[in-house]
Design a protein around this ligand. Structure first.
Ligand code: URA
Length: 230
């Protein structure tokens, strides 16, 4: 069984249901990713503005979440990625490790990426909030307002070809809307001054609770794959 079939099986998508062959472009997307770089090369590659942004986030005290966090969670992946994934906020495991999507939902996210030929190394994954809200409650509007400039700077630096909003909280905050997630899926929005194309899919934690919707998530992911190669 090839690698893609394994990812799809793990993502609970039976291959017999696919009516069209995979786009060969998944391999092309992966091939475009930056090769693994040494720490010195990374600093040359990403530039001082990125490193200084990382530094600012790591000591941020703009909202009360700084008092309860263990670690800030800046984001992970390729700072020159074509695809940027934006979730809600770190959970307990992410707060502990300082890395986004490392719990169970993160494992599913890795499988979702794998199903379209991508991995943590060739996308950039971050959240609306860089600190964990206590008891994983929804981010407060004041917290989002304080944290959003960091995300805007990340987007301005990365200049992704496409943003994928993961779940209701990310989507509604990025799009400044109260429209339910189900009505946001399937459309292409344009984010910020650069009008970066933005699409919406389910949060992987939601998919863990509602596996029947993985099929719809797969439809979203195939759209993402197509948009990245257009
Ligand atoms: N859920 C999120 O939205 N982000 C994470 O980093 C982890 C879980």
């Amino acid at each position: 069984m090839d690698k893609k079939s394994i990812y799809l099986r793990e993502f609970d998508i039976p291959q017999y249901s696919l009516r069209e062959p995979f786009l060969p472009s998944a391999a092309e997307i992966a091939a475009k990713a930056m090769p693994n770089l040494t720490a010195e090369a990374v600093s040359l590659e990403v530039g001082s503005d990125w490193l200084s942004l990382q530094q600012q986030v790591s000591v941020c005290q703009k909202c009360p979440l700084c008092q309860t966090r263990k670690n800030t969670v800046f984001g992970v992946g390729n700072p020159a990625a074509d695809l940027m994934l934006i979730g809600e906020a770190p959970g307990a495991t992410e707060d502990e490790r300082g890395e986004p999507f490392v719990g169970q939902a993160g494992q599913l996210l890795d499988k979702m990426m794998g199903a379209i030929g991508l991995s943590r190394e060739n996308v950039f994954i971050t959240n609306i909030l860089k600190c964990r809200p206590p008891n994983n409650r929804d981010p407060l509007p004041t917290e989002v307002a304080e944290c959003m400039p960091y995300l805007m700077q990340q987007i301005a630096h990365i200049k992704p070809k496409l943003i994928l909003a993961l779940g209701r909280v990310a989507a509604q905050n990025l799009l400044n809307t109260q429209t339910p997630l189900g009505r946001l899926r399937g459309d292409t929005f344009h984010f910020g001054a650069a009008k970066t194309p933005l699409v919406v899919t389910y949060h992987p934690a939601y998919l863990l609770r509602n596996p029947a919707d993985k099929r719809n998530a797969w439809v979203d992911l195939q759209r993402v794959q197509k948009m990245l190669t257009e």
